[in-house]
Write a protein that binds this ligand. Structure first.
Ligand code: ADP
Ligand code: MG
Length: 336
């Protein structure tokens, strides 16, 4: 029974390889984090094997735009080959790095930034006379090999505007290098813009207002948009909660403050104290009085955005999304 299952799953994989290879399926690319994809794929490819793997990734790996299904198929092919090259067991070392190529960088790649994925095994190695054949369709040295794994992988990486190459030494091991062009787009880990013009997001929001029905509405909207919400009824409470969260290393991703609270500390004063606690605080001011001078000059008072009351969920979602995600994008441009 086991044998049958294994055989049929191999046939399934083969059909998949052939399909991708022959119809040349144009990749459906989306910005993605390569690290997560690698971890998921490799763990699965090596289940039940005596081969271990180690990953070492540089900090701030740039996002890439990939067809996740296809790239996962490439990683799977390479890891299975590495696994088969080490019948006695061993370690596969995965490296991920950002690299920059100038024009004529030695590889058939356009000048620019790439993410480099290296997959290194300590297996039997590839004899020199085979090195320029292994990417050919149907080239195999295995009894039950298809010779399609590397040919398919090569085609997929080329279609992504990248390149794959190999270095190997008989009896020592083999390293495959994959280069994928980096994405200029920001990645959203959660649902992005969807129907009805809403921007969904993720993160912790501190919401301050003194009116219970305003609080209820806002809480409902923010939760619907994907945020976690905590409530403060006045400026003093907001400052306390903000400080406490920061001390616990569970800082708020953004705060929304009512401009004025009768008889209590409002947003105008609270933002000064919040900026003392964290100069990078992301703060939105809200008011029912759009003619208040602070509302037109909000940045001078230390706010990053404004929202008029009563809240419109579209406006709320857009302002928050821009504030939280927009800053992440700047961050990525600087570091990657
Ligand atoms: N990591 C590796 N170590 C040693 N040889 C390899 C490795 N990867 C690929 N090869 C060689 O390249 C050939 C082609 O690989 P592939 O296209 O995946 O087809 P298959 O695995 O079905 O043989 C293999 O048969 C093997 O000779
Ligand atoms: Mg193979």
């Amino acid at each position: 029974m086991e044998g049958v299952k294994r055989a049929s799953s191999r046939a399934g994989q083969l059909t998949q390889q052939l399909l991708t290879f022959s119809k040349g399926g144009a990749p459906i690319k989306k910005p993605a984090s390569i690290l997560e994809l690698l971890e998921d794929t490799i763990g699965f490819a090596l289940r039940g094997s005596n081969v271990r793997y180690e990953t070492s990734a540089a900090a701030n790996i740039c996002p890439v735009e990939i067809d996740e299904g296809q790239i996962s198929q490439v990683i799977n092919n390479l890891v299975i080959n590495a696994n088969q090259a080490m019948p006695e067991g061993g370690t596969i070392r995965i490296g991920i790095d950002n690299v920059t190529f100038e024009a004529n960088g030695g590889l058939p790649l356009k000048k620019g930034k790439y993410v480099e994925i290296s997959i290194k095994d300590e297996g039997v190695g590839i004899p020199e006379e085979y090195l320029n054949k292994i990417f050919d369709p149907y080239f195999t040295t295995k009894q039950e090999g298809s010779g399609l794994g590397l040919a398919t992988s090569y085609a997929i990486i080329k279609k992504h505007g990248g390149y794959i190459k190999v270095e190997s030494e008989s009896g020592v091991g083999t390293t495959f290098y994959i280069y994928l062009p980096i994405s200029e787009k920001e990645i959203f880990t959660v649902k992005d813009i969807v129907e009805e013009g809403l921007y969904f997001g993720k993160g912790k929001i501190l919401f301050m207002d003194d009116e219970q029905d305003v609080i209820d509405t806002a809480k409902q909207m923010l939760t619907h948009l994907g945020y976690e919400v905590e409530i403060a009824m006045n400026g003093i409470e907001a400052v306390e909660q903000y400080k406490k969260a920061k001390d616990l290393r569970q800082s708020f991703d953004a705060v929304i403050l009512d401009l004025t609270i009768p008889g209590d500390m409002g947003g105008k004063e609270a933002i000064k104290r919040l900026r003392e606690i964290n100069p990078q605080v992301k703060a939105i001011v809200s008011s029912g009085y759009s003619n208040n001078p602070i509302m037109s000059d909000y940045e001078k008072y230390g706010f990053n955005g404004i929202i008029a009351k009563p809240y419109e969920i579209e406006e709320l979602s857009k302002t928050l999304h821009g504030l939280i995600m927009g800053m992440e994008e700047q961050h990525h441009k600087v570091n990657c």
